[in-house]
Write a protein that binds this ligand. Structure first.
Ligand code: FE
Length: 283
């Protein structure tokens, strides 16, 4: 049977992708961010050795327009082309899918009353493409197969934080009912504190972000009880993306062990990274 071997929470700030492509990993402004990912990538590739990852992120108008905006959407493709977000296509291979796992998850989640939009074609944007090469190798090709799970955090009405946590619970049941002997990681992306428009442009709340990192580990129920308004008031409008981390956390056991944690807030966005395994898993 398949099992969940790691959970990862990560920001997906688009400027990270640009800095990565320009080779700024040693630039003093970026080093504290990129250095946080190095031990995580090493751990994922050499210890966790997942066969596939369910990658929770949001599309930013790259593939889904505001005219058709699914609350939750799951990709079932063999490959996912890279969306061009205005800088040209990034120098990365097309993302490799796992159609068999995707279709199992689609069937299992919909039978479990989470009515996802099932997408047989989907272009992926920075929500997925910023963290993916920081976590897994892509040369000569990706070392991991990806099941993209897209959440609407762009256009209200959004799913509640609690709905996201419950989707994570259902995702765990769905993964654990997959008959293949497979190791599956779950990544939740988004946020952290940032607001990129209006009078509060550049609003950052480091204390909120650090508390989020504490509670996503120890007390996700408290985070699930937060309203969108509470998150946006405290941490900026776009910080509401953080609800996607709760899908990852819901997929992990109630008690987890944290292995890595990094936080860097140089300019207009809090950038966080955290990794978990189930507390009952061998060290
Ligand atoms: Fe985003």
């Amino acid at each position: 049977m398949a099992r969940i071997v790691a959970g990862i929470g990560s920001s997906h700030v688009p400027s990270i992708g640009r800095a990565f492509d320009l080779g700024k990993q040693q630039d003093p402004a970026w080093k504290p961010l990129f250095d946080g990912y190095l031990p995580v990538k090493d751990w994922l590739e050499n210890e966790i050795r997942a066969d596939a990852v369910v990658f929770v992120y949001n599309d930013h108008g790259s593939d889904f327009g505001l005219d058709r905006c699914p609350t939750f959407a799951l990709g079932t493709a063999d490959t996912y082309p890279l969306a061009d977000e205005g800088f040209g296509q990034r120098p990365l291979p097309a993302v490799k899918g796992d159609p068999a796992l995707s279709w199992h998850l689609a069937n299992a989640l919909i039978a479990d009353e989470f009515d996802l939009t099932v997408c047989q074609e989907m272009a992926v944007d920075h929500g997925l493409l910023v963290p993916l090469p920081l976590l897994w190798s892509y040369q000569p090709d990706w070392s991991i197969k990806v099941v993209p799970l897209v959440v609407n955090v762009i256009q209200h009405p959004l799913p509640t934080a609690r709905r996201c946590l419950r989707l994570g619970h259902a995702l765990r049941r769905a993964i654990e009912s997959y008959p293949a002997d497979m190791r599956v990681a779950v990544v939740g992306t988004g946020g952290m504190s940032h607001q990129l428009h209006g009078e509060r442009f550049g609003h950052l709340n480091e204390a909120f972000d650090q508390r989020w990192l504490d509670l996503i580990e120890s007390d996700p129920e408290t985070l699930a009880a937060m309203t969108h308004q509470e998150i946006m008031d405290a941490a900026g409008a776009e910080a509401v993306e953080l609800i996607m981390w709760l899908i990852m956390r819901g997929a992990m056991a109630p008690k987890v062990r944290r292995l890595h944690r990094n936080y860097y807030a140089p300019m207009t966005s809090g950038m966080g990274l955290i990794t978990f395994v189930d507390a009952a898993d061998p060290a």
